[in-house]
Design a protein around this ligand. Structure first.
Ligand code: ATP
Length: 232
């Protein structure tokens, strides 16, 4: 039976006077895809950044695999098994795809134990076969869908247990969005738990087990994906 992987309790975050998140309660069970849906400015990106330690919460607790990670550094959080794919992918456009992928395991650079990068690369190529062919291309020359694939591939190099995806469909035509979401499902089939932040609520819920609707920094509705889809 699935167990709780990540738990947020009473999480708050602000940018100066702007309260971006207010008293967020959220739980992700192992093996699930959880979609956080909401309009522009609802707080989705902030939520993901707070989980990965990029933005600090101003109250509340975050537990991952029963450990308190509220005050952990981003490096520690990646090491524990949470990787984020930022909005727009944020690849290093002047570097080849291969270097971008290698950077996903960079947090090991000053560790005695070094991961087998080749083994990790082979796994990423197995998940996303086109990346092997694109390995020597500069990331900035890739199409949007290929960039998104490379950005997800980079996050996979850290071998995450939980993958945070920030609006992977942004700016993509519907056909490509469906393709990206099929990839997300395949990752989930490989045993990776996923938190997907999206404006594209229908497609995001169609692949999810559970969903949260965020509005102006608060959870306004939560339920199984089926329940939220039935709401329209
Ligand atoms: P989008 O769909 O446009 O990416 P979002 O749901 O991800 O939006 P956030 O980017 O988390 O929303 O923004 C939540 C709130 O915080 C908004 O009111 C936004 O204007 C504000 N905000 C976000 N980043 C900053 C920042 N760096 N400085 C000040 N305010 C910010």
């Amino acid at each position: 039976m699935a167990g709780g992987l990540l738990e947020l309790r009473e999480i708050n975050a602000c940018y100066g006077p702007v309260r971006a998140l207010r008293n967020i309660l959220l739980r992700i069970d192992t093996g699930n895809i959880v979609s956080v849906i909401g309009a522009r400015g609802a707080g989705k990106s902030t939520l993901l950044k707070v989980i990965s330690g990029i933005t600090r919460s101003t109250g509340g607790t975050i537990r991952f695999q029963d450990r308190d990670i509220t005050h952990s550094s981003t490096m520690e959080i990646v090491e524990r098994g949470i990787s984020q794919v930022p909005e727009g992918g944020q690849l290093f456009t002047q570097l080849p795809v291969l270097d971008n992928l290698r950077l996903g395991a960079y947090f090991y650079h000053n560790r005695k134990f070094k991961p087998d990068l080749e083994e990790r690369l082979a796994w990423v190529y197995q998940v996303f076969p086109p990346l092997r062919r694109l390995a020597n291309r500069l990331a900035g020359t890739l199409g949007r869908e290929e960039q998104q694939m490379a950005a997800i591939g980079r996050a996979l190099m850290a071998r995450p247990k939980l993958l945070l995806l920030d609006e992977p469909s942004r700016g993509l035509p519907l056909r490509t969005v469906r393709e990206i979401f099929r990839l997300v499902r395949r990752l989930n089939d490989q045993g990776i738990t996923i938190l997907l932040a999206e404006r594209n609520f229908r497609e995001a819920l169609e692949i999810a087990h559970y969903g949260y609707l965020l509005g102006a920094g608060v959870v306004v509705r939560e339920g199984t994906a089926g329940e939220l889809l039935a709401d329209g």
